[in-house]
Design a protein around this ligand. Sequence first.
Ligand code: TXA
Ligand code: MG
Length: 340
Amino acid sequence: MMKRVKTEIIRVNARKPSYAIIRKAANLIRKGEVIAFPTETVYGLGGNALDPSSVSKIYKIKGRPSDNPLIVHIADIKTFSTLVSEIPPDASRIISKFWPGPITLVLKKSRILPEITTGGLNTVAVRMPKNNVALELIKESRFPIAAPSANISGKPSPTNATHVKDDLNGKIKLILDGGSTEIGIESTVIDMTQRTPVILRPGGISKESIEDEIGKVHSHNSHLGLHGSTINMNKSPGMKYRHYSPNAQVILVEGTEFNAKNKIIDLTQKLKSEGKKVCIMTTSKSLKVNADKLQYMGKTLEAIARNLFDIIIVQGIQYNKAGFAIMNRLKKAAITSIRV
Ligand code: TXA
Ligand code: MG
């Protein structure tokens, strides 16, 4: 059992964070503590990336398997260059176009990173977040910050401080509350060690916009959960674990607008007759159905999916641009997926 601590939640201005608050948080990081902070994508659970004991706390608090490596967050390019052993030209292009921003580059690691931070791999995942609280915290702590999403392993990534508290209350000393995150979906993870870069996890920056910068990139074939058995574990350790299981069950219905709507109506009728509370998330403005909640879809699907209902039926959306990352998360959240 981990020792229970008092979790302080401090509200901080996301645009212009107060120096006193940042200093307090940075001091905790410098002392080897682990804290939660906002980024533009989701909240992170951060500790000193160069300190094995801080990093081991992160794995422990999250209940995360130690072979699933963490993203290292940096605030300046100088620190970045100390973490990697080489920066291919395409990586430089992505960096100048998208950093700070929601894209994480996997590159060959340098020797200053302890093994535990990279799950024993010879590569490291790095990104520069576009959030002043995160950036000021990293600068003030004067260390790169290793941070996975600030949720218990297997739960959806938190997009506000309350989500973090739900999962981590009593386990960490501090949550910096910078309000709701702007993007609500994690960063794109792209492996830049291959001749043709490979997107390991779709996210905040779409494949299309990356290709506009550097030409063809591949998508990892496990994105949509369709080819689970062909996953190369060494390349993308995170993919063998089931993520994003909200407390309600999610049923994903894909198909033409007409078929999907009919299926959703039938399913709802059946589930309601079994006494279930049903939420429907749809892109259709004309769905007439007797559900407990009819939700038009925004970008923070996982957030809405949390806690509220027994069953959530979600209508599939187009697999392009941001839709690709959203469908990836929905596939992972769903207990059942129906194509009609
Ligand atoms: O937006 C985000 O990326 C958020 C915020 C907090 O920055 N972070 C986040 O971290 O989503 P996490 O740990 O939940 O997801 C990191 C993903 C995992 O799928 C992990 O397997 C992969 O990045 N990853 C990390 N290091 C890697 C490496 N060296 N090679 C391949 N994949 C790696
Ligand atoms: Mg995560």
